[in-house]
Design a protein around this ligand. Structure first.
Ligand SMILES: Cc1ncc(COP(=O)(O)O)c(C=O)c1O
Length: 473
C-alpha cells in the first residue's frame, strides 16, 4: 500500500497485464509448492491443483444459497455430507451441511447448542473446552455469548477427564473434544468424554476439522488411533474440513449432527423480509458454488486408495520427523502425537526454541511458534516427504548454532516471541495486538514494518506484531 489514493482504474487494464501484476504480488508469498511451509497449506502438486481449479471454475459463478435453484450444488453438498458421515461411522440419521471452513463449522456448533440449551431453559450458558481447543471455539464463545470453561490437559496433553466431570454444571450446553487438537496433534479421550456426555445428557462435539479426513485412514493403516467418531454413543456432532486433509480447494468444511433434530437448531428462517421468505442453514448468505463442487471433486478423484496412499506418506514422514527430533539431544516432542501434527520444545533453559526457529527461518523454512509450553510446530503433508531429510539436517544445524551461541536466544525474533509469551499482563498484549490489527485494516492498510524492531528499535506493537510474521526470510 502507498499513501496514493487507490481507485478503480479509469479504464480497464488488459487481462494479461492484470494477471502479470497479480503474479508479482505473489512473489514474496511463502514457498509452499516446495514444501517450505509446515502449516496453512495442503498442496499436492500442480497437476492436482489444476484439477481442483477446473472443478471449482465450473461452478464458480453458481450460488449454494438457494438449494432449489442450483440442484447440482445441493447434490454435491448432500453427497459430501453422506460420504463424510460414512467415513466417520455415522448412520443414515446423521445430517449436516457444508460450510466455508473449520471456523464456521465450530461457530455453528456453538450456536446450535446454545439454542438447544436455551430451549431447555439454560441461562448463562457454558461450554467445556480442553485448553488445546482450536481458537475458533474461543471466537464462538465470544460471538455467541457462551462462557468457555477451560479444562487443563493431563501429562499426555489430553483433556483431563476427571476435571471435565468437575466442570459440568446445570449451565453446560456442550462439551468439546478434539481429534486431534491443533497445537499438539493429540486426540482427546473421546470415549470417556462420550460416557460423561451420555450419562449427563449433554451434547458432545468432536472437532475433527484437521483429523476428520486423515485419522480414519491412519487407523486403517494399522496405527493405534483412539476411537473418536460416531462409534461413540455420546458424540452428538463432528466437524471435518475437506479443505485440510480432504485436499479440496480452500473454503470448505462439514458439520455433521447425529440427527436432524439437532441440526434443526442451526437453521435460520425469517418470514417478514421484503425480499421474500429467507432460510439459510449456515453463517453465510451467498455460498460459493466452486468450493462445494471442488470438495465433491476432491473426494471422488482421491478415493479411499488416494487418501490411504497420502496417509501413508504423511505417517512415514511424521515418524521420520519425530525420530529426527528425538535424535537431537536437547529437543523433545511435546506429548505423543496421534497423527501428523508435531510440536517440539527444548529441554534446556539455555537453548531457546524460538532461537532455533529463527535459524530455521534463515534457512528458508516457515516455522510456527507456539506457547504454553514454548515450542515449534510442524503440520506434515504428503509433499514433505521430499524435504524431510533437508528439514532435519537444518534443524540439527540450527540447534548446534544456538547451542554454540546462547546469546541468539536473547536476540531478534527469539527475544520478541520469548518476551511476548511471558508477559504476565495478557490484557496489555491483547490491547496491543488489537491496535496492530486496526492499523492493518484501517484506511492505510499498512502492514507493520519490522525492520526497525530488528535493529532493536520499534515499539511494543511492532514487537508483538512479529508474532504474526511467519514468512520472514
Ligand atoms: C482442530 C481445528 N479446529 C478448527 C480449525 C479452524 O479451521 P479453519 O482455519 O479452516 O477455519 C482448525 C484449523 O487448523 C483446527 O485444526
Amino acid at each position: 500500500m502507498t499513501d496514493k489514493k487507490t481507485s478503480i482504474p479509469e479504464k480497464g487494464r488488459s487481462k494479461e497485464d492484470v494477471l502479470e501484476a497479480m503474479k508479482k504480488f505473489g512473489e514474496n508469498d511463502p514457498d509452499y509448492k516446495n514444501g517450505k511451509t509446515w502449516s496453512l497449506v495442503y498442496y499436492l502438486g500442480e497437476e492436482y491443483a489444476n484439477f481442483l481449479n477446473e472443478a471449482s471454475q465450473m461452478f464458480a459463478s453458481s450460488n449454494g444459497l438457494n438449494p432449489m435453484a442450483f440442484q447440482s450444488l445441493k447434490r454435491f453438498e448432500s453427497e459430501v455430507v453422506r460420504m463424510t458421515a460414512d467415513l466417520l461411522h455415522g448412520d443414515s440419521d446423521v445430517s449436516g451441511i457444508m460450510t466455508s471452513g473449520g471456523t464456521e463449522s465450530c461457530l455453528l456448533a456453538v450456536k446450535t447448542y446454545r439454542d438447544m440449551g436455551q430451549k431447555k431453559g439454560i441461562k448463562n450458558p457454558e461450554m467445556i473446552l480442553p485448553e488445546s481447543a482450536h481458537v475458533a471455539w474461543e471466537k464462538g464463545a465470544e460471538y455467541f455469548n457462551v462462557k468457555a470453561i477451560h479444562v487443563p490437559l493431563d501429562k499426555e496433553y489430553r483433556m483431563d477427564v476427571a476435571k471435565v466431570r468437575k466442570a459440568v454444571s446445570r449451565r453446560t450446553i456442550m462439551i468439546l473434544g478434539s481429534a486431534p487438537g491443533y497445537p499438539h496433534g493429540v486426540v482427546d479421550p473421546i470415549e470417556q468424554l462420550g460416557a460423561i456426555a451420555h450419562k449427563k445428557n449433554i451434547p458432545l462435539h468432536v472437532d475433527a476439522c484437521v483429523g476428520g479426513y486423515l485419522l480414519p485412514f491412519v487407523e486403517r493403516l494399522g496405527y493405534p488411533v483412539p476411537k473418536f467418531d460416531f462409534r461413540i454413543k455420546g458424540v452428538t456432532s463432528m466437524s471435518a474440513d475437506t479443505h485440510k486433509y480432504g485436499y479440496s480447494a480452500k473454503g470448505a468444511s462439514t458439520i455433521l449432527y447425529r440427527s436432524i433434530d439437532i441440526l434443526a437448531h442451526q437453521m435460520f428462517v425469517f418470514t417478514e423480509w421484503p425480499g421474500g421468505i429467507f432460510a439459510s442453514p449456515g453463517l453465510l448468505g451467498t455460498r460459493p458454488g466452486g468450493n462445494i463442487a471442488a470438495a465433491w471433486a476432491a473426494m471422488q478423484a482421491m478415493g479411499e486408495s488416494g487418501y490411504l496412499e497420502n496417509a501413508k506418506k504423511i505417517m512415514d514422514t511424521t515418524r521420520q520427523l519425530i525420530q529426527g527430533i528425538e535424535a537431537i539431544e536437547g529437543l523433545e516432542v511435546v506429548g505423543k502425537p496421534d497423527m501428523s501434527l508435531v510440536a517440539y520444545k527444548s529441554s534446556s533453559k539455555k537453548i531457546g526454541i524460538y532461537a532455533i526457529g529463527d535459524q530455521m527461518e534463515k534457512k528458508g523454512w516457515h516455522i510456527d511458534r507456539q506457547q504454553k509450553p514454548e515450542c515449534l510446530h510442524a503440520m506434515v503433508t504428503p509433499l514433505h516427504q521430499q524435504v524431510i531429510a533437508q528439514y532435519l539436517e537444518d534443524l540439527k544445524k540450527s540447534f548446534e548454532q544456538v547451542k554454540a551461541n546462547p546469546k541468539l536466544s536473547l536476540e531478534g525474533g527469539a527475544a520478541t516471541y520469548g518476551m511476548v509469551s511471558k508477559v504476565p499482563f495478557r490484557g496489555m498484549v491483547k490491547k496491543n495486538v488489537l491496535k496492530m490489527m486496526l492499523e492493518m485494516y484501517g484506511p492505510s492498510g499498512k502492514v507493520a514494518d519490522f525492520s526497525e524492531s530488528d535493529k532493536g528499535g520499534g515499539g511494543f506493537v511492532d514487537k508483538i506484531a512479529r508474532l504474526f510474521l511467519r514468512f520472514k526470510n
